[in-house]
Design a protein around this ligand. Sequence first.
Ligand code: TXA
Ligand code: MG
Length: 361
Amino acid sequence: MSTVSTSPQSQAVINEAVQTLHDGGLVAFPTETVYGLGADARNAQAIEKVFTTKGRPSHHPLIVHVAAPDVFDLVVVDWVAVVAPWARDISEDAVKLMNAFWPGPLTLIFKKDKSVLGEITGGQDTVAIRAPAHPIAQELIRKLKSGIVGPSANRFGKVSPTSAADVRSEFEGEIGLMILDGGDCQVGIESTIIDLSSGDHPVLLRPGIITPQEIASKTGITVHLPGQKMEMSLLPRVSGSLKAHYAPTTPLRLYSPGRVLDALSEFPDTKTRVAVAVWDSESALSEDGHPSVQFHEVEVPSNSAAFASRLYRTLRDLDEQGWDLILFPEPPAGQEWDGVRDRLQRACFGSGPSSSSHASN
Ligand code: TXA
Ligand code: MG
């Protein structure tokens, strides 16, 4: 955990943000995963504003962001005390997971405390909670002395923002939206979500940088992957699980190793300007026999964590450059790639000029 102290100027900015939240306003804030669109989790009207500003259907539940008390020499945080105002039936597995991964990119689903507003949970009896690792997020939450609901700070269905400038471009029309600048997000894709609410076994709802393998090796806990049937029943609960999501407006497709030209075949000849992401570990494409297509190569990291941290940045940048088509290499097999594979597949499905008409988060 970083103990970097912020400058007096940013202290004043954070205090202003706390006041804005306290008064029922919205503040976009940095986390280590992506930027969130924050509101006081105890203020129903402020939460309504989050849904209308994002254009998100109101039955899609939000994550409550919490923070440990500001005691720098505290070796062990009492996470049970931190989540107690929001959650009940906190199991031993939950304590192990919080101790191992918080603050960090792991969201846990609990049975909710009765005080938690139905606006947050989409009327369900469960609540999602996460303690972000970014020092600005932590300070904001501590000073507000509440939880902060924070969906990713993008318009519904679009690519999540990983910089303050991304948030600004998502909400250009929203005059006066306060945005805290905490630099580029290190993780780059949204948190791993684990459902603990059944009291039975933990279930993975959204893959992220923290994998079931890492959880098993650090805590001994076995996380179950949702079965096919279960995934279907979860669709309305986890908006990130809608097929179309994280979508650029330029058509996006994946290509299998060495098969760039195959990926072009479903597009008419007019698709002549194509941006192709290539592994930095591999040599450039051989453009054998396709003179009508102009390829522009962009290197992407062959390390999964580095790839994740650059994924949304690269998609946004390419989307703004006006290519006819964007091609990405299919991520290799392995849990460490599951998070980015999940985001890329949904981004492909929702991509294209009409992507705003697809239903998604
Ligand atoms: O990394 C992250 O988690 C980021 C940063 C800002 O913290 N937040 C984020 O929020 O990704 P959002 O709203 O874009 O995605 C939250 C996901 C949604 O897919 C939602 O359906 C799911 O969490 N979720 C929230 N409450 C839930 C619940 N009670 N049961 C199941 N899923 C839930
Ligand atoms: Mg989102």
